[in-house]
Design a protein around this ligand. Sequence first.
Ligand SMILES: Nc1ncnc2c1ncn2[C@@H]1O[C@H](COP(=O)(O)OP(=O)(O)O)[C@@H](O)[C@H]1O
Ligand SMILES: O=c1ccn([C@@H]2O[C@H](COP(=O)(O)O)[C@@H](O)[C@H]2O)c(=O)[nH]1
Length: 230
Amino acid sequence: MDIILPAKGPDDGSRYIQMFIFEVKLVRMLILGIAGGTGCGKTTVVNQIVDQLPKNEVGVISQDSYYKDLSHMERKERGKVNFDHPNSIDFDLLISHMMQLREGKTIQMPVYSFVEETRLEETIPTPPRKVMIVEGILVLSNPKLRDLFDIKIFVHADSDERLIRRLQRDIRERGHDLDKVLTRYQTAVKPMHEQFIEPSKEFADIIIPNNHYNTVAVDIVRTIINNKLA
Ligand SMILES: Nc1ncnc2c1ncn2[C@@H]1O[C@H](COP(=O)(O)OP(=O)(O)O)[C@@H](O)[C@H]1O
Ligand SMILES: O=c1ccn([C@@H]2O[C@H](COP(=O)(O)O)[C@@H](O)[C@H]2O)c(=O)[nH]1
């Protein structure tokens, strides 16, 4: 259908703008957003949920994959970036990818290296699934992204517990040393958590306490997903 609207231009009152409205078919999809501070256990919870579900029915998108490409910066400069501020994330790309998945399209998910602290050249072809899980520290803080979620979950663990887990993980898996983790925690992780992540908890439908492994909560979320898949 064409809609013709009269345009109010300074030079020509008789101009017309033509707008074409296309129908976009969305696939039926359940989208879960899972947020929570660093080290609260988001990745672990997602893995536990997905582990016992059919592989080709559930897809996972990590906000970490959408850190902005910093390959134009020197290695030393990249280390100074505040990776806990929303501006460090390419939310436009993440939102556009979620829309494409809802339209039934396969996306090219970026790959981020924590060791190199930048995006890599390769991408991962990621097809739409009946259930898509989007996890990351800031996924409930962005209103446009949040609006795409059918179920919003916040994983909670106390800050001392999260810091201990982060220390162990970053030294073991992300190539950081003790000093780097602690400095970053004080200068960026903690202040950004207080400014952006903790306040996003109010948007959650479900809060999972995760100071200890919470198998009951994981079972509940899996049941919700299984109902959708049935
Ligand atoms: N409930 C828990 N109890 C103890 N350790 C946990 C728990 N959940 C996760 N961990 C560990 O804490 C570290 C961070 O967990 P991870 O799932 O990567 O957190 P996030 O994705 O929220 O940053 C990992 O080494 C993981 O094995
Ligand atoms: O190059 C980077 C990019 C990010 N980080 C830190 O990662 C966490 C978010 O990941 P979680 O898996 O949720 O912990 C964030 O706090 C950043 O500070 C990094 O260390 N290096």
